[in-house]
Design a protein around this ligand. Structure first.
Ligand code: C2E
Ligand code: CA
Ligand code: CA
Length: 678
């Protein structure tokens, strides 16, 4: 936002300069006025107090949980004010402040502003003290009376008010925040610390009156406070950072993520949480030793920082796992781009202790509000996405509900699926298969649909994988086979002779009871076994080929037909076509869809059809979406076609109507000659 709105920036400049100029003017007057001469009365005391001011300025106290630092010099400056008057106090404070700002390389304007700020605050305090009646000499000032405490309280208040007002306005303008808010923020804390420090000033005066030599001892308690503050800050740092890498730890990451989510909720923005896991860290540790492993972990933070913004957080969550917080992204896509950039940066060769390593990692991405609205859910989901990315060797992956076995939505859906199977909310739609030689409907593929009471009609992709992963696929398959067999038997009884194909899952092929169950079903419905086709895929035969073969053989012996679905997409060898009891191959729709435009695909379809013919298998082409494909398949001698060009999967009554029309010969009415030629 700094570029869009220049006015607060200008105001800040004006404020800083005004305070700097005002303070410098007062200092110049004081130097000229000669009040500084009073230090000659008690020179040693002045030098000691001045030393304490410089020391206090050099060692500011940091208070855990608060952003600003507290300088203990205020107590001694105030003692100087009480004993020697404004000029020595202000000049001494100005010199100490200038020295320390110079050492810390503060910008000149800021340094002069700091001098101006405390000079003006001291001047206000001096004016109030004066109103109560100033002592005649420094020596007289050393004798405190109870009334002096009252004067001190009043002037301390003036000091605090002016000091805080000037600093608060500067802070508000630089942060573009409301001045009132900044002034009130932390007011109790600031007033408290100011009160403590100012209350120390009369003790300094009292010590000086008892003996100048006591004054340096007073810096001891203040130094103790400084040390305590520093230790507290260090232990806070240790509590929130990882020892090995010095990156934020899980606690700090969660804290920052919570803040980012709260801010994003107000601003309607997206927060991304990334979990990153190194792919081969264990090997580095095992082969090169823990020392190299540690060095590698230390390299990660700096490497990632190169691709991230200052406002992003990289944390070490433990082991070789890191998390990245992107507090403001446009969406999951942008987060994924960042993840890729990070992986790329990480993948550059890294030389550690003379060994060049190839560092790879996997990243999972989850976003607020898309994937969850609290840190724990996002972390857990980013973790799930990371595992998916790792097992797919994909580098980076965004969380996907469908792949998360632990998500609540998924567990709910799995429980609902169990009931849906019992209550018969799983229904079948039937997609016709047309005999390419006659144009008649000769079979159907049964495709499952979930009529979900709240979500409407769910496609199989949403619940088949869920059923497979939650151990319900057997029940689901039986539910589908039952309905398909019953429907097919009704059609047979009504004179409609169709075979019905059912998809089975890999898990079903490990079920040694499947053949007997299917046999019982066919018998109870009086359906000839060869009317039932079971569709399997090549990849299903990989898990336990011997067992799958046994189940398939038993089914085949019953007379049930076996089809290989999605043929051409698997990796297994062609030998199983000979070994296994296969009756049919279904050419995968990806080849059929592009047949008209892609010569390679056309060649694959043609040779698959040829292979089927040579082995005496029925060939079915799926994904026939237009008349051109239909005609080409006819020319190739393919047996059957299935696809949107003929019909989408439809409920049983519609299928009956469709089959009746196809029987009337409408389909083969006029295959356009031009299309046949292509
Ligand atoms: P699949 O076995 O390859 O089924 C064919 C899918 O292709 C169906 O999608 C169908 O609607 C679609 N399709 C049909 N013709 C065309 C076309 O011309 N063009 C295109 N682009 N697509 C076409 P659906 O019904 O969504 O089924 C998806 C997958 O779900 C099926 O793929 C099958 O693997 C699985 N599935 C469906 N029902 C069952 C079931 O009861 N049990 C099991 N285990 N899996 C099932
Ligand atoms: Ca199928
Ligand atoms: Ca298929």
């Amino acid at each position: 936002g700094a570029r869009s709105d220049p006015s607060p920036g200008r105001m800040l400049g004006i404020h800083l300069r005004a305070v700097a100029a005002g303070g410098s003017g007062v200092l110049a007057l004081l130097a000229a006025e000669g009040g500084i001469g009073r230090v000659a009365d008690l020179p040693l005391l002045f030098v000691l107090l001045a030393g304490c001011v410089v020391l206090g300025e050099a060692l500011p106290v940091t208070v855990p949980g608060h952003d600003e630092e507290v300088t203990t010099s205020t107590a001694f400056t105030f003692a100087l004010l009480m004993i020697f008057g404004l000029a020595p106090a202000a000049i001494c404070q100005a010199v100490a402040s200038a020295l320390c700002d110079a050492v810390r390389r503060k910008p000149l304007l800021v340094a002069v502003f700091n001098i101006g700020q405390c000079t003006l605050a001291l001047a206000a305090a001096a004016a109030v003290l004066h109103a109560f009646g100033a002592p005649a000499t420094p020596a007289a000032a050393l004798h405190l009376t109870p009334g002096d405490l009252l004067a001190l309280a009043a002037s301390g208040t003036a000091f605090f008010a002016v000091n805080n007002l000037l600093a608060g306005v500067a802070l508000a303008l630089s942060q573009r925040a409301a001045i009132r808010g900044v002034l009130l923020d932390d007011l109790a804390f600031q007033a408290g610390t100011a009160g403590l420090l100012l209350g120390f000033a009369p003790l300094v005066v009292a010590a000086a009156s008892a003996g100048t030599f006591l004054v340096p001892l007073l810096s001891l308690p203040l130094y103790a406070i400084f040390r305590g503050g520093r230790d507290a800050q260090l232990s806070e740092h240790h509590a929130l950072h990882d020892r090995l890498t010095d990156l934020p730890n899980r606690v700090l990451f969660r804290d920052r993520a919570e803040r980012a989510i709260a801010a994003a909720r107000r601003g309607g923005r997206t927060v991304a949480v990334l979990i990153m896991d190194l792919d081969s860290f264990k090997e580095v540790n095992d082969t090169l030793g823990h020392h190299h492993g540690d060095l590698l972990l230390r390299e990660i933070g700096p490497r990632l920082a190169a691709r991230l913004r200052a406002s992003d957080t990289v944390a070490r969550m433990g082991g070789d796992e890191f998390a990245i917080l992107l507090p403001d992204v446009r969406g999951a896509d942008e987060a994924c781009e960042v993840a890729r950039a990070v992986l790329e940066q990480l993948g550059r060769p890294l030389t550690i202790g003379g060994v060049t390593l190839d560092v790879r990692a996997s990243i999972g991405v989850a976003c607020f509000p898309d994937h969850g609205d609290d840190v724990d859910v996002l972390l857990q989901r980013a973790d799930v996405a990371m595992y998916n990315a790792k097992s797919a060797r994909a580098g980076a992956a965004v969380y996907d509900l469908n792949q998360d076995p632990y998500s609540v939505e998924r567990l709910v859906l799995a429980a609902q699926l169990r009931e849906a199977i019992e209550r018969r909310e799983i229904v079948l739609h039937y997609q016709p298969q047309v005999d390419l030689a006659t144009g008649r409907c000769s079979g159907v593929e049964a495709l499952a649909r979930w009529e979900h009471p709240e979500r409407g009609n769910l496609p199989p992709d949403t619940f088949i994988p869920l059923a497979e992963q939650t151990g319900q696929i057997r029940a689901l398959t039986m539910c589908v086979i039952q309905q398909a067999v019953a429907q097919c038997a009704r059609w047979q009884a009504g004179g409609l002779d169709l075979d019905v194909a059912v998809n089975v899952s890999a898990r079903d092929l490990l079920d040694l009871d499947l053949p007997a169950t299917v046999d019982d079903l066919l018998r109870s419905h009086g359906l000839p076994a060869d009317r039932l086709v079971l569709e399997i895929t090549e990849s299903m035969l990989v898990a336990d080929p011997h067992r799958a073969e046994r189940v398939l053989r038993q089914l085949s012996r019953l007379g049930v037909r076996i089809a290989v679905d999605d043929f051409g997409t698997g990796y297994s060898s062609l030998t199983y076509l000979k070994r296994m009891p296969i009756d049919e191959i279904k050419v995968d729709r990806s080849f059929v869809l592009n047949m008209a435009t892609n010569a390679d695909d056309a060649a694959i379809v043609a040779s698959t059809v040829g292979l089927g013919q040579n082995l005496g298998l029925r060939t079915v082409a799926e994904g026939v979406e237009n008349a051109a494909a239909f005609a080409v398949l006819q020319g190739m001698g393919c047996d059957r076609a299935q696809g949107y060009h003929l019909s989408r999967p439809v409920p049983a009554p519609e299928l009956e109507a469709w089959a009746a029309r196809a029987a009337g010969g409408e389909l083969l009415a006029d295959p356009p000659a031009a299309l046949l030629a292509s």
